[in-house]
Design a binder for this molecule. Structure first.
Ligand SMILES: Nc1nc2c(ncn2[C@@H]2O[C@H](COP(=O)(O)OP(=O)(O)O)[C@@H](O)[C@H]2O)c(=O)[nH]1
Ligand SMILES: [Mg+2]
Length: 232
């Protein structure tokens, strides 16, 4: 997908990161290799390990937040700044493969409002997720399917494609990892169509997941139930 004649990129790849210095460069350059005309916007959430400088030298536009606000809050801060008409959300820790970005974009056909990269339809490489988090994801996905009459396989995936206009029309409020269901259920609640495409999930190349199974799982569960009640 190329520029759209306005000098603006058609696609913005939006990456919210915290302390991913050793790998963010590969994510940015991988996105630019997969889609040379895209803009990569990195929201650096108060990192202390040089993430912002690495992202910038790999070709990203970097928005720096003074202090750590959480993944959801960082994505929400980035949304007004995206210049593309389509936004690809991808994790900045190297677990998602930027080479798969074109697959997500291709699936964002007319009539489709949100494309989710499903690791359950695709593949988790060994060590890509803990058994606890995998079980938690399956449970939370069953709750969504039950409450929203969907047949989804992966409600916690961060790899997504969505139009900027859709993002801007939603009232997102999640600060942490509950941003994934905030966005997904926001689209479903407004009658939008969500489809999943298979993606591969790699293990983390450095550091550890910042998702805490119980507090974050409980926060996500509460948000799903609250969304269902407010939709009723
Ligand atoms: N902006 C921001 N991003 C974060 C924060 N914590 C994690 N992330 C990013 O969110 C993505 C997924 O985080 P991670 O801890 O690996 O969770 P997991 O992949 O679900 O186990 C990565 O790109 C992280 O850099 C945070 O506090 N703020
Ligand atoms: Mg991760």
């Amino acid at each position: 997908m190329s520029e759209n004649g306005t000098g603006r990129p058609a696609v913005t790849v939006l990456v919210a990161v915290y302390n991913e210095g050793p790998v963010i460069g590969d994510v940015v350059s991988g996105a630019l290799a997969a889609l040379p005309s895209c803009e990569v916007l990195v929201v650096d959430d108060g990192s202390t390990d040089g993430t912002a400088a690495v992202a910038e030298s790999a070709g990203a536009r970097v928005m720096r937040l003074e202090s750590n606000v959480g993944k959801g809050a960082a994505i929400r801060r980035g949304i007004p700044e995206v210049r593309g008409e389509i936004v690809v959300l991808i994790d900045g820790d190297g677990q998602d493969d930027p080479a798969e970005i074109p697959n997500l974009l291709e699936a964002l056909a007319p009539g489709v409002d949100l494309v989710v990269g499903s690791r359950f339809k695709g593949h988790f490489a060994p060590g890509a997720i803990t058994p606890m988090n995998k079980g938690g994801n399956r449970f939370l996905t069953s709750v969504v399917n039950l409450l929203f009459a969907t047949e989804l396989t992966d409600t916690q995936a961060g790899f997504k494609a969505v139009r900027a206009s859709t993002l801007r029309s939603m009232q997102l409020s999640a600060n942490r990892f509950d941003i994934e269901v905030d966005l997904l259920l926001g689209v479903l609640r407004s009658g939008g169509k969500v489809i999943e495409v298979p993606v591969r999930r790699a293990p983390r190349g450095h550091g550890e997941s910042r998702l805490s199974s119980f507090p974050d799982g409980a926060r996500i569960f509460r948000r799903i139930v609250a969304r269902r009640l407010s939709a009723a």
